[in-house]
Write a protein that binds this ligand. Structure first.
Ligand code: ADP
Ligand code: MG
Length: 458
């Protein structure tokens, strides 16, 4: 809620009539918190640092006032008057769309400088003069070094999505670019988080910036019980299967950081008899929606997803969220676990933490200002775990590398499955057989405890 609640109207912020009209036509009725706080000082030409969660409307918080600021003044060839830096082509293109939408009543020229687009058109636009240049650092450096662009006429700079810039290794490029801009300029920096290198960057290249930090969405929703699970990378799958079977999972979304992980994990779950499907960035929107529908209808009760694919899709109210990997961007953590804990009902969120996830989980805990408890014996929802039902020591451990074997349910073991209370398990999981009840290979199985409790990676 917080982010979209500002109790202000756009008309209170000092924007021009032309702009207010465009905003109204865009369908926005109220500024978000970051917009309400950032727009007035930007119109007063102040340097600002804006920190607000992903999805809170940071783009319009600088695009809108920029349009009014740039309205006065004139274009010159090769010398863009303002510059917006974005970490990716997609984000740059989105900001350009925003510019077109809000700037339609203004006579401003915009150019987009991104990789993967013919350079000729971009150079032509620059030659004709642009008011607003939106660029990724790489392509901009490229053109600069070829002498196709001059940055000394650039009076306004926006460094957007600064924390992603950092993740992508763009800080040196940004420093290089900042050095080429006139010192007497307005600088704005937007980010979801402010890790130390970004603070340093801001200190170096901004003058007395006003810092605006909007309140975070409730990250500690009382209806969500969250745990982290230290686990070795190679044991993530079996640990996941164990939890899927023992934690009263009705519906689950499993997030992974990479598309390949999403695909492989879904295949592996299906091989183990789970009713699962997948959505990731390599699928077109239509197939994503189709898979989502199958999930909503209950044809499958497990959805393996990447952040990009899940973003913007309406998936809420699942009983469980699993972070198969700790998300690289701490904001994604908040988004991910927010998919559970529906009105009145409790949700459970598990985050797997292997050695590779160590830094990411630190960032998550910094952002949420909350230590996520480690999943322990007392947290196992098992009334269900019964030592008599754990795999016997003489049984061979299952190997992911032998899918052939795993495709077929082991014979003569159905009975074991049958004595688990039916009511505890959703029908949809009926295809699942009991082979996965052992979370760790027999040699390492050590009594009734689930194996992961003994694996410590952090
Ligand atoms: P951020 O950069 O903070 O992650 P964006 O600027 O991309 O967020 O905006 C996220 C979404 O919110 C976009 O779909 C945008 O159209 C929408 N949005 C922005 N401002 C408003 C507003 N005042 N009212 C309603 N929706 C808005
Ligand atoms: Mg943004």
């Amino acid at each position: 809620m917080g982010a979209f609640e500002s109790r202000m109207s756009f008309a209170d912020l000092g924007l021009s009539e032309d702009l207010l009209k465009a905003v109204e036509e865009a369908g926005y009725t109220e500024p978000t918190a970051i917009q309400a706080q950032a727009i007035p000082p930007i119109l007063m030409m102040k340097d600002i640092i804006g920190i607000a969660q992903t999805g809170t409307g940071k783009t319009a918080s600088f695009v809108l006032p920029m349009i009014d600021v740039m309205a006065a003044g004139r274009r010159r060839a090769l010398m863009p008057r303002s510059l917006i830096l974005e970490p990716t082509r997609e984000l740059a293109a989105q900001v350009a769309e925003n510019f077109e939408k809000y700037g339609k009543n203004h006579d401003l020229k915009m150019a987009l400088l991104i990789g993967g687009v013919q350079m000729g058109d971009q150079v032509k636009a620059l030659n004709e003069g642009v008011d607003v240049l939106i660029a990724t650092p790489g392509r901009l450096m490229d053109l600069f070094e070829r002498g196709k662009i001059l940055l000394n006429g650039c009076e306004l700079l926006v460094i957007d999505e600064a924390d992603r810039m950092l993740d992508m290794g763009f800080i040196p490029d940004i420093e290089f670019i900042c050095d080429k801009l006139p010192e007497n300029r307005q600088t704005m920096l937007f980010s979801a988080t402010m890790p130390p290198p970004i603070e340093k960057l801001a200190k170096k290249f901004m003058s007395n910036p006003k810092r605006i930090e909007t309140t975070r969405a409730a990250t500690t929703n009382k209806d969500i019980t969250a745990f982290k699970i230290p686990v070795e990378t190679r044991k993530k799958r079996e640990t996941l299967r164990w939890l899927l079977q023992h934690d009263h999972v009705e519906t689950a979304i499993i997030f992974a950081n990479r598309k390949t992980t999403v695909r492989e994990l879904n295949k592996s779950l299906q091989r183990h008899g789970f009713a699962s499907s997948e959505i990731h960035g390599d699928m077109d929107q239509a197939s994503r929606i189709k898979e989502l529908d199958r999930f909503k209808k209950g044809e499958v009760n497990i959805l393996v997803a990447s952040d990009v694919a899940a973003r913007g899709l309406d998936i809420k109210g699942v009983s469980h969220v699993f972070n198969f990997d700790t998300p690289w961007h701490p904001d994604d953590y908040v988004h991910r676990i927010g998919r559970t804990g529906r009105a009145g009902a409790k949700g459970r969120a598990f985050t797997f933490v292997s050695k590779e996830d160590a830094e990411a989980i630190e960032n998550v805990e910094k952002l949420t200002q909350n230590q996520i408890p480690v999943f322990g014996k007392k947290d196992v929802r098992v009334d269900l775990v019964d030592t008599s039902k754990t795999e016997t020591a003489d049984e061979k451990p299952k190997r992911e590398a032998k899918p052939k074997r795993e495709d077929k349910p082991a014979r003569g073991r159905k009975a074991k499955d049958a004595d688990e209370p039916r009511a505890e398990r959703p029908k949809r999981n009926a295809r699942r057989d009991d082979r996965d009840d052992a979370p760790v290979p027999a040699g390492e199985w050590n009594g009734p405890k689930p194996g992961f409790l003994e694996v410590s990676a952090t």
